[in-house]
Design a protein around this ligand. Structure first.
Ligand code: SAH
Length: 363
C-alpha cells in the first residue's frame, strides 16, 4: 500500500472506521501524502487533462469574460481576481495575456491564487513570474482580503470531499472505510443509521452530499454579497439533485479503485450544481446557470478565436480545431455537455456573457 494507505490502516485499526468524506479529504490533501501535495498531476504524463491544459483559448476567453464582468460592475479599481485551485497556472497566464487588450482592466487587477499544494504553487509561480500583474498566494479564500472580486474556479468543486448515505433496511447509513480481514481498506456502512435523514428511497439508493461544498458556497456567496463581484465555476456534474454515486478515482488517465493506494490517484465526485446553487442563494447571492460548457464557450466566441489562431499559424490549424471540438463537442469523450458553467454573484451584477438573466422557475 501507499504511505498514506499504511497510515490510514494503522489509524483505522486503532480508532475504528473513518467516513468516506474524511478518507477523500486525506487522499487529496493530507499535508505529506495527499494526491495534490507533491506532484504535477496534469497532462499526458499525469493522471488527467483539464480545459486550460487542452488549449490556450480556454484561459483567453475566460480572461476576456472577466474584463466584461468588470465593466458591468462599474470598473472597480482595484479589482481582485482570485483563482481557486489554479493547477499549473495555465488558465491565469492565458487570461492575463488576453486581458492586455483591455488596458484599464489589466491595470486594475490584483491577482490571488488560492492553492493548498506547495508543489503546484511553485509551478504557478514559474508560470506567472513574468506576467506583469501583482500575484499573491493564499491557502484558503477566507485568507484573501475582501473587496470587489472576480473569482475563477475550473475543476475546483469536484475536489471537495463528499459524504455518501446508503439506504439499507429502510434507514440511511453513512458510507465509511474500514479494514477487511486481510487488513485492506474496504467500504462499509456506519452502524448507527442517520436519524434526521427522512427522504424515502429504494433499498440500496445512494445519496451523495458535498457538505464541504455547501459550506464553501455559502461563505463565498456571503463574501460576494458583502464586497461585490462574481464567481465562475466550471466543472463536470449535473444540474438536478438526484440519487446516485459519482465518486471516481483516476490514475494515468484510467479509472482506478479509490481505495487502492490512497494519495496516488485523483479522487473526485460530480458536482451537484443545483445543490451548490441552493447554498449560494441561501447566502443572499444570485446564481446564473448552470449552462453547458460548450454553449458557454461558443457564446464567448470560441469559434472565431479558433479561426483567428488558425489564420495566424496555419500549420497548427488542425490542433486548434481538435481542441475546440474537445472543449465544446457534446459527444463521447468531449467536454461540451459533461462540463457546466455556473456563476454566483452579487445581485448588482447583471447576467454575465454566456448566461441568461435569472428568472425563478414557474411553479
Ligand atoms: N484549475 C486547474 C486545476 C484543477 S485540479 C485546471 O483546471 O487545470 C484541482 C486544483 O485545486 C489543484 O490545483 C489542487 O491542488 C487544488 N485544490 C484542491 N483542493 C483545494 C482546496 N481545498 N483549496 C484550494 N485548492 C485546492
Amino acid at each position: 500500500m501507499s504511505a498514506l494507505g499504511d497510515e490510514l490502516a494503522a489509524k483505522i485499526a486503532s480508532d475504528g472506521p473513518i467516513t468516506l468524506e474524511r478518507y477523500m479529504e486525506l487522499a487529496l490533501a493530507h499535508p505529506d501524502h495527499g494526491y495534490y501535495m507533491n506532484r504535477d498531476p496534469f497532462g499526458a504524463a499525469g493522471d488527467f487533462t483539464t480545459a486550460p491544459e487542452i488549449s490556450q483559448m480556454y484561459g483567453e476567453l475566460l480572461g476576456l469574460w472577466a474584463g466584461e464582468v468588470w465593466a458591468s460592475m462599474g470598473r472597480p479599481n482595484p479589482l481582485r481576481v482570485i483563482e481557486l485551485g489554479p493547477g499549473r497556472g495555465t488558465l491565469m497566464s492565458d487570461a492575463l495575456r488576453a486581458a492586455r487588450i483591455v488596458p484599464d482592466f489589466r491595470a486594475a487587477l490584483d491577482v490571488t491564487l488560492v492553492e493548498i499544494s506547495p508543489t503546484l504553487a511553485n509551478i504557478q509561480y514559474e508560470a506567472l513570474v513574468t506576467c506583469g500583474a501583482p500575484v499573491a498566494w493564499a491557502a484558503s479564500l477566507a485568507e484573501v482580503p475582501e473587496g470587489p472580486s472576480i473569482i475563477l474556479a475550473n475543476e475546483f468543486l469536484d475536489a471537495l470531499p463528499v459524504r455518501q448515505f446508503v439506504r439499507r433496511g429502510g434507514r440511511w447509513r453513512e458510507r465509511v472505510v474500514r479494514l477487511d480481514a486481510g487488513g485492506r481498506l474496504a467500504f462499509d456502512l456506519a452502524k448507527e443509521p442517520e436519524p434526521y435523514l427522512k427522504v424515502d428511497a429504494d433499498e440500496g439508493a445512494v445519496l451523495e452530499v458535498s457538505a464541504a461544498g455547501h459550506r464553501f458556497m455559502f461563505e463565498l456567496g456571503a463574501r460576494l454579497v458583502r464586497s461585490g463581484g462574481a464567481a465562475l465555476f466550471v466543472d463536470y456534474g449535473h444540474g438536478v439533485t438526484g440519487f446516485g454515486e459519482t465518486l471516481q478515482a483516476l490514475r494515468a488517465h484510467r479509472y482506478a479503485d479509490p481505495l487502492v493506494d490512497p494519495g496516488e490517484a485523483d479522487i473526485t465526485a460530480h458536482v451537484d450544481f443545483a445543490a451548490m446553487a441552493r447554498s449560494a442563494r441561501a447566502s443572499g447571492a444570485t446564481v446564473y446557470g448552470p449552462t453547458d460548457q460548450g454553449d458557454f464557450l461558443r457564446a464567448l466566441g470560441i469559434d472565431m478565436r479558433t479561426q483567428a489562431l488558425a489564420e495566424r499559424a496555419p500549420e497548427r490549424a488542425d490542433e486548434f480545431s481538435a481542441a475546440r471540438r474537445r472543449l465544446v463537442g457534446k459527444g463521447d469523450g468531449e467536454m461540451g455537455a459533461l462540463f457546466k458553467a455556473m456563476v454566483v454573484a452579487n445581485r448588482s451584477v447583471p447576467a454575465p456573457p454566456g448566461f441568461q438573466p435569472y428568472s425563478a422557475k414557474p411553479a
